[in-house]
Structures are given as structure tokens and as C-alpha cells.
Design a protein around this ligand. Structure first.
Ligand SMILES: Nc1nc2c(ncn2[C@@H]2O[C@H](COP(=O)(O)OP(=O)(O)OP(=O)(O)O)[C@@H](O)[C@H]2O)c(=O)[nH]1
Length: 676
């Protein structure tokens, strides 16, 4: 379907220059009203609906059900859901679109009306102008810039159809202004592309080229590259007309590739013909002829491609004349005329007329040629194509010469030279214009590149900054982790050293303070007692007959006794009191703030408690007893003296039969004893 529309559209689109003079040898007119309507509709489908669909989808969130339904229908052609091939299809579609306009939704109503404007009036151009102007007035009142842009476009279409080129360009300008005001690059491109084709028709090739180039750029920016590519052909033609043949060839090659890729046969044929004109201009006639033959072959393959076949034959005739193959040229022209006649077009074609004259001159029938030249001159003067006229004057000059009318021949040659000079000057100016545009766009390209580079630099800087920040963060995290590890290590180390310290202070078997520790504690307690004039006492005790226990039950059981005893004693003591293993089976208890009486009570409690405990295995249980010596600290004695006194009491207890607690002698008593 797309191909059908595209081809029809191309046919339609060429209908201006077909009549007004696009290319020298391809000015064959063929259009009908159905084609115009469908082509216009196709145009809408490929540009307007798509662009609108994009806008609509952006705002989809805020749309109500009816609006969504309308938009969906509006876009359905673009998505391929609705196919329009005939005028009936078009009417049906327009009716359902009209029915889908949400009530009171003027914006969507105007979108629908734009379709009406573009497709509803066929060849009723003046009616179309009237309607478009009315729509514009309404859109202006509603300050709907989008609609203003569209309706001006529609107006321009009708004005162009009635050859009101100046008015048409003014309308396009108004459409462009409105598009620009809402920043709609695609509409803007759309206006420029239209202005490009009109300017080309009126001979403003450079301006036309600039418009097309800019339009293509804008289509690209609006992500409509494919629509922009449709301009390749027009750009190529404009380049060719201002004499930039190589540049033109570049565009035609690109266009041909695109046409082949997309299977657009019509586009392919037209491009090949255009390419042949370039070789013709370069006087490479053999190459030109090959291309024209190729175009004709492609056109002949299709039944309804008579128009294209005619174009190819006219082009071929021009080349054959240059090659002095006049009868072949005449034959091609006859066949071209025949094909054109099949369209029911009775108007003669200026190019066919002129070339027929040239062929007849070549065949040395100058008398016959005159009437062809006359008709060609008349048509060309009416059409205002100076390029063709210049060619005609040259041909006519030769014709007069052949007829022996030297004076007229000279006059014609002068006319030809004069017009050629003007055309050459024009061309130079147009080339300058294009070069200036190219320079400007290259400069703006450079500036853009510079801006892009600066932006990139900034982005790189920002990225670098972000990277640094990221690294800083990583460093902070790593630092944190490291600190954490360090803390853990320190804590562990602290724990370890604490454990080591603990181990250094603890008796490994019983878990109570070892001798060094209990002595140091005892010393501290005594110092404090001395300092604060407080009481302090100690108990020294020893398991009775422990050797026998070891001997009878074994060392392991003996160890168990020591452990269990220690555990028990600790439960019997105050928080302040401390138990320590003083020797093998000898223990020292330090009791701060305890006088002799208090300490004795503790000693007794220990003794009585310990003898209640059952040791050994179930089948060999046994009890133990302990002997204890209790001494209260005398502020004048040393720790050793105090312990000695307690020891002495312990030994006394042992010697008095064991299992008892005895108070130590006072220091005086003890001194006396030592003295005696
Ligand atoms: N199982 C065990 N026995 C120990 C430990 N340290 C010392 N002994 C033993 O304790 C016993 C002490 O014996 P003696 O000094 O003769 O005293 P005793 O047998 O308790 O007799 P009296 O003190 O006179 O009641 C020795 O046999 C030591 O080997 C120890 O850590 N574990």
C-alpha cells in the first residue's frame, strides 16, 4: 500500500513541475482528481498524522477515553490498521473520524478539518482557498498555532495549484512562522520542503536548495529521517540546475539506492532520468543514453508507467540529437507523443516540440522544423522558462541558417547569447548563494561541534568529579572498614591481653587467683586498711590429709576436689573477699573490712560447708575437711608477717586434730613466741 501511495504521491507531486517545468525533458503532465485527493491524503498520512501521533502520545496521560479513541483513529492509517486506496475508503474514514471528535474538543475538530481542507476539494481550487482562509480565521481566533500552521499549509497547496506562486510562498511563510512559534520542527520542515519545491518551479534554485537542505536537517532533528530522505530528489535537482553536477549526482545516487531499497520503482526511474541529465550536461552522451535506456526498460515493465516511459523517451531524444542520431530521436519523440496522447492531454509539450524541430533540422528538413519551433517558442514564452528559451534560440538560429535567413539567424544567435549571459550570471549568483549557505551551515556545524566538544569536556569533567567523589566514597568506606578492622583487632587484642593478663593472674586448675595475684591483692587491701584505718583479715586453709585422697582416688580426682572446693568457697565469700591458691592444696582468703571475729565466722562457714560436700564418683564418694588459720591485720606488720601468723594458726589446727579453724595469735603474742 505504501508503495502505491508513494508512487501516486510522487506522480501528484510532480504535477506542478510537470506543467511548469521541472526538468527539461520530463515535462509530461498527468494527473487526475482522484489521484490528487489520494496523493494529498497520503501526504497527510506520512507527515501530519505521524507528527501528531507523537505529540498525542506524549500527552496521553491526561487524555480522556474519547480523545484517546479519536487519536487512535487518527493514527490508525499510520499504523496500517486503516487502509485507504479509493475515494470511497477516504470518505468512509473521514466520516468515522468526524464521528469520533470528542464533544467540544475544538483542537481535535480542527485536526479533522485540516484533513477536510486537504482532501475535500479535489480540483475546486478556489473553493479550497476560500475554505482554508475561513479555517485560518477560526484557528487564529482560537490562537491555535498548530491549526494555523496546518491551515496555512492547506491554503498554500491550493494557491500553488492555481499557480499563485507568490501567494503560496506567503502562506507557507505564515505556516512556518506558526510552526516555529510552537517549536514544531517537523511542521517547520514540512513548510520548508513545500517552499523548496515552489521556489524550484519559479526558478529560485538556490533558495529552493537552501530550503530543502534546511528541511532535511529539521526532519532529521525531529527523528523523521525517512521523510527527510524524500527531499533527496529535490535537492539533487536543485544542485543540478545551479550547475553543481557532482553534488547533484551524489544526491541522486543516494536517492536511487533508497528507491531500490524500498522498492519505489517510480522514484528509481525518475532518479535515473535525472542522473542521465547530469551526464548530458557533462557532454557524456553515451553514459546519458545508457541510463535513459535503463529508465525506459524499467518503465516499460509496468503497465501504468506510460508517463515515465514518455519522460525517458523525450530524454533519450535529446541525447540522440547530440549524437546526431536524428531519425532515432524523431522516432523516440513520436512514441513519447503517442504515450502522452493516451492520457487525453491535447496540449503539446514544449520540449517535444523543440526537439522535434532539432531532429528535423538534423534530418535536413528545416522547413518542416519551423512550425515545431514556433509552437515550442510560444509555449516556452508562456511558461517563462528562460533556460529552454535560450536552447530554443540557439536551435532556431541554426534553423534560420539552414533556411538561408542569415539576418534572422544572427538575431536568434544574439538572443541566445544574451539570454545565456543572463542565465550564466544568475547561475553564478545562485552558486554564490548556495556556497554561502554551505559556508554558513558549515560554520554553524563547526560551532555546533565546538559546543558539543565543550559539552563533552564539561561532561568529562563532571564525570571525573563524580569519579573522584566515588573514589573518595570508596576511600571513606575502605577507611571506615579499616578502622572497623582496627577496632576489632584492638578489641580482640585487648581481649587477648586481658585474657593473658587474666591467665597470668589466675590459677589454671581452679580458676581462682594464683599466689602472685592473691598476694598482690592482699598487699593492696592491707595498704588501704592501713591508710584508712580499716579492718582487714585473712584466712589460710589447707585440705586435711590430701595426700591420702590423691593416693586413694588418684590425682585427677584430687584435682577435681581442688576445683570443686574453689568453686564452693567463692560462693561462700562476699564480693570484696578474694580466694587464691597459695600452694598445692593451701588457699588464702583475703577479707577486706573484716575483723578477726568476722573472719573467723567466715572460716567456720567454710569449714562446715566444705565438709558437707560429696566428692569422688557415685560408687566411691568421700568428704573432706579443712583446717584453717585466721588472722586480723595489725597495721604495724607486713603481709608476710600476717600470713605467717595465719599459717601458724593453721598448723596449730592441724596439730590439734585437723578440721578446725583457729585464730592466729596477736602480733605481740607471736613476737613473744618468736623471741622465746
Ligand atoms: N591432686 C593434686 N594434688 C596436689 C596438688 N598440689 C599438691 N598436691 C598434693 O597434696 C599433698 C600434700 O600433702 P601433705 O603436704 O603431706 O599434706 P596432707 O597429706 O594434706 O596432710 P596434712 O596437710 O597434714 O593434713 C601432696 O601429696 C601433693 O602431691 C595438686 O595440684 N593436685
Amino acid at each position: 500500500m505504501l508503495q502505491t501511495f508513494t508512487q501516486q504521491f510522487l506522480c501528484f507531486n510532480k504535477s506542478y513541475d510537470v506543467n511548469r517545468g521541472r526538468s527539461s525533458q520530463s515535462r509530461i503532465a498527468f494527473s487526475n482528481s482522484n489521484l490528487r485527493v489520494i496523493a494529498l491524503l497520503f501526504f497527510l498520512l506520512t507527515s501530519v498524522s505521524v507528527s501528531y501521533a507523537t505529540d498525542a502520545s506524549n500527552a496521553e496521560d491526561s487524555l480522556n477515553e474519547q480523545q484517546v479513541a479519536f487519536d487512535k483513529l487518527y493514527e490508525s492509517i499510520d499504523t496500517g490498521e486503516v487502509e485507504i486506496v479509493t475515494l470511497e475508503d477516504r470518505d468512509e474514514y473521514m466520516a468515522s473520524l468526524e464521528a469520533a471528535i470528542p464533544e467540544g474538543d475544538d483542537i481535535r475538530r480542527r485536526r479533522y478539518e485540516f484533513y477536510v481542507c486537504m482532501t475535500g476539494y479535489g480540483f475546486e481550487f478556489s473553493k479550497g482557498i476560500e475554505v482554508a482562509e475561513q479555517y485560518i480565521a477560526e484557528a487564529k481566533q482560537a490562537e491555535d498555532q498548530e491549526a494555523i500552521a496546518r491551515f496555512y499549509y492547506c491554503l498554500a497547496e491550493f494557491q500553488a495549484s492555481t499557480s499563485l506562486w507568490k501567494n503560496s510562498i506567503e502562506s507557507i511563510n505564515a505556516s512556518i512562522e506558526a510552526s516555529k512559534s510552537i517549536g514544531h520542527k517537523e511542521y517547520w520542515a514540512w513548510g520548508l520542503a513545500f517552499r523548496c519545491s515552489i521556489r524550484s518551479l519559479v526558478g529560485e534554485f538556490a533558495e529552493s536548495l537552501v530550503d530543502c537542505l534546511k528541511a532535511r536537517e529539521l526532519y532529521g532533528q525531529a527523528n523523521k529521517e525517512a521523510t527527510g530522505d524524500e527531499l533527496l530528489f529535490d535537492i539533487g535537482i536543485a544542485y543540478r540546475r545551479i550547475g553543481f553536477n557532482d553534488k547533484a549526482l551524489e544526491y541522486f545516487n543516494e536517492m536511487e539506492e533508497l528507491a531500490v531499497d524500498q522498492g519505489l520503482l517510480l522514484g528509481q526511474i525518475q532518479t535515473i532520468i535525472q542522473k542521465s541529465f547530469i551526464f548530458y550536461n557533462k557532454e557524456m552522451y553515451a553514459e546519458a543514453l545508457d541510463l535513459q535506456k535503463k529508465a525506459l526498460e524499467l518503465a516499460d515493465e509496468q503497465e501504468d508507467y506510460n508517463g515515465q516511459a514518455a519522460s525517458a523517451r523525450v530524454a533519450m531524444a535529446g541525447t540522440l540529437i547530440k549524437l546526431h542520431r536524428y531519425s532515432e530521436a524523431k522516432q523516440q519523440l513520436d512514441q513519447a507523443q503517442e504515450l502522452i496522447n493516451q492520457f487525453g492531454i491535447t496540449n503539446s509539450n514544449e520540449m517535444i516540440e523543440m526537439q522535434m524541430g532539432m531532429a528535423l533540422d538534423g534530418l535536413e528538413q528545416p522547413e518542416l522544423a519551423v512550425e515545431y519551433y514556433d509552437r515550442a517558442e510560444d509555449l516556452m514564452k508562456r511558461g517563462g522558462n528562460r533556460r529552454y528559451l535560450s536552447m530554443l534560440y540557439e536551435a532556431r538560429s541554426k534553423n534560420y541558417e539552414m533556411l538561408g535567413q542569415e539576418k534572422e539567424a544572427l538575431q536568434m544567435m544574439q538572443k541566445h547569447l544574451e539570454l545565456s549571459r543572463i542565465l550564466e550570471k544568475d547561475r553564478e549568483q545562485q552558486q554564490i548563494l548556495v556556497l554561502r549557505y554551505q559556508f554558513d551551515s558549515e560554520r554553524s556545524d563547526l560551532e555546533n561541534k565546538k559546543l558539543v566538544a565543550e559539552k563533552k569536556l564539561k561532561e568529562t569533567e563532571v564525570e571525573a568529579l563524580k569519579k573522584t567523589q566515588r573514589w573518595q566514597l570508596v576511600a571513606i568506606v575502605l577507611g571506615g572498614l579499616l578502622s572497623l578492622v582496627l577496632v576489632i583487632l584492638i578489641v580482640r587484642q585487648f581481649g587477648l591481653s586481658k585474657r593473658l593478663k587474666q591467665q597470668a593472674l589466675t590459677d589454671s586448675l581452679t580458676g581462682v587467683a594464683n599466689r602472685r595475684h592473691i598476694e598482690s591483692y592482699c598487699k593492696t587491701v592491707l595498704e588501704q586498711a592501713k591508710q584508712h584505718s580499716a579492718d582487714a583479715s585473712i584466712i589460710v586453709f589447707d585440705i586435711d590429709n590430701f595426700k591420702q585422697i590423691n593416693d586413694k582416688h588418684g590425682h585427677v580426682v584430687g584435682d577435681e576436689v581442688l576445683k570443686k572446693l574453689s568453686e564452693f568457697c567463692q560462693t561462700m565469700l562476699r564480693q570484696l573477699d578474694k580466694l587464691g591458691r597459695y600452694g598445692g592444696e593451701e588457699f588464702l582468703v583475703v577479707l577486706p573490712q573484716a575483723n578477726l571475729e568476722n573472719a573467723y565466722q567466715v572460716a567456720e562457714r567454710l569449714r562446715l560447708g566444705l565438709q558437707q560436700i560429696s566428692f569422688g564418683s557415685n560408687d566411691q564418694p568421700f568428704n573432706i575437711t579443712v583446717s584453717l588459720g585466721v588472722a586480723e591485720y595489725d597495721k604495724n606488720e607486713t603481709m608476710d608477717q600476717l600470713i605467717d601468723r595465719a599459717d601458724e594458726a593453721l598448723y596449730r589446727a592441724k596439730s590439734q586434730g585437723r578440721n578446725m579453724a583457729l585464730e592466729a595469735k596477736s602480733t605481740r603474742e607471736n613476737k613473744d613466741k618468736v623471741d622465746t
